[in-house]
Every structure is written in structure tokens, then in C-alpha cells.
Design a binder for this molecule. Sequence first.
Ligand SMILES: Nc1ncnc2c1ncn2[C@@H]1O[C@H](COP(=O)(O)OP(=O)(O)O)[C@@H](O)[C@H]1O
Ligand SMILES: [Mg+2]
Length: 257
Amino acid sequence: MANAIEASRLDVGYGGRQTAVKVLSGLDLTVAAGSFLSILGPSGCGKSTLLRVVADLLDPLGGTISVLGDTPHAVRSRRDVGFVFQDSTLLPWRTVRDNVRLPLGVGQGSLTRTIEDRSDELLELMGLAGFGERLPHQLSGGQRQRVAIARALLGQPKLLLMDEPFGALDEITRDRLNDELLALWRRTGTTILFVTHSIAEAAYLGERVIVLAANPGRLIKDLDMRPFKQDGNRCSREDAAVAAAMAELRGALGQAS
Ligand SMILES: Nc1ncnc2c1ncn2[C@@H]1O[C@H](COP(=O)(O)OP(=O)(O)O)[C@@H](O)[C@H]1O
Ligand SMILES: [Mg+2]
């Protein structure tokens, strides 16, 4: 399969077909399977809304979207998609391990694939070996986000949707998690859609960065980052070429706001 996402003339809004205000209008977007896409845009432009459509949490008003060659609904029921939000909602009364295991027990009825309990392996992968018996309040913010990522990875999703996952973290922790996420992406080949407010983070992580403008949400910039980086989407944060790309993104974002 060549494309993880194919959206054509996508219209999305809230409030039903008749009364809806369009949040996204006429969006065309193709995302190659296995790629890392960063999504930038001013607050309220529809970034989270776009992820919700991909995740089958919201139906589009018009246009077409295919995810992993199928409908968003089919992909969701096969559990091929994982989601990480900014405020990872860990259940405070469950241990770290049981939080990672949460998808094992959720909504079995409608799902077409059962998943294996890989919680210990994932906790180790996320640097949390030995933390399985702790409660969420006994972890730092960065560690809690790692638990949320481990949970999202439990079903070995082919597509990982990340909505400002590191937005609430300090810069050092964020940089470290960025590097861990890239390592994970290289190892697994999962397609990643990553929403962020940070131009630096978008540029560092993405093989490609898109910028959305608001009212209505639409694509105003589509930048291939690969020419600015080495093979395997590698760059240094201080790279002059990457700085040039960031300036270009900053310009687009300035026009979008
Ligand atoms: N559940 C909802 N009901 C009605 N309007 C919503 C809902 N969620 C988001 N919106 C509106 O849709 C627009 C896009 O929101 P969102 O996708 O969350 O933006 P972003 O993630 O880019 O900040 C905003 O104007 C927001 O107010
Ligand atoms: Mg959002």
C-alpha cells in the first residue's frame, strides 16, 4: 500500500450537515505509508479536527477519505490506529501497567482484532521498566506521556496520531522524547501524523511539514523536509539548512494567523 491517507475535497464541521460551520474546507491531502508528517497551524484552524476524522471520531460533511486503503471506521475497528493527546488521560487509580493494558479491555464487541498484552515490552521500550506497579501520580509529566505512547502502541498500530503530545513538557524532556519517537518510528515503520505548535519540533521530526490556515481550515504550505536532512530523516537541531526550512515555515505560519 502506497498511501496511508488519501483525502480529497474534504469538508469537515460540527453541528450536523445542515447547520454546520465548516472547520476544514476542500482539503486535499495524501500521506505516504510509513512517513512522518508534522502538522502546524494557528489555534482553532482544525488540526485536531483533521485527526478526529482520520480516527473515525467524526464524520466528514463532504469529500472522501481513505485511511490505510479503507474507511476510517474499518481501520478503527481493526485497531490499526493509535492516538496520543496532549493531556494523556491515565486512570489515576490504575497502575502504569494496567493503564498501558487499557485497550485490551475496551469495547471488545465492535472490534475485529484482539491484541496481545505486550505491556511489559512496551514499558521497557519507553524507558519505564520497573515503573509498572506505580500509580500515575508517582510519575513525572514526561513519564506519563511515555505511558500514553506505550498504550497507543499496544495494538501495534499501522498509523499513530499524535495531537500535541509533548506540548506540556519542558524543553529537555521534549527533545529527548522527540529522539525516542524518531527511533521508534524508524524501527516500526508506523505512519505518524504529529500535530504541534512548535516550528522547531515540526521541522526536526517531520519528513514533511504541512501548515494549515484557519477559517476555513485549509492547506497553505506543504514542505518536503527530506532535502534539508540526511537519509533516514536525520538532522541536527542546529543545522543551517533546517534553520532555513524553519524560517520558511515561520513565514507561512505568519500568513496563516
Ligand atoms: N466539538 C466541537 N463542537 C463545535 N465546534 C468545535 C468542536 N471542536 C472544535 N470545534 C471548533 O472547530 C475549530 C477547530 O478546532 P480544532 O480542530 O480543535 O483546532 P486546532 O486543533 O487546530 O486548535 C475551532 O473553531 C473550534 O472551536
Ligand atoms: Mg488541537
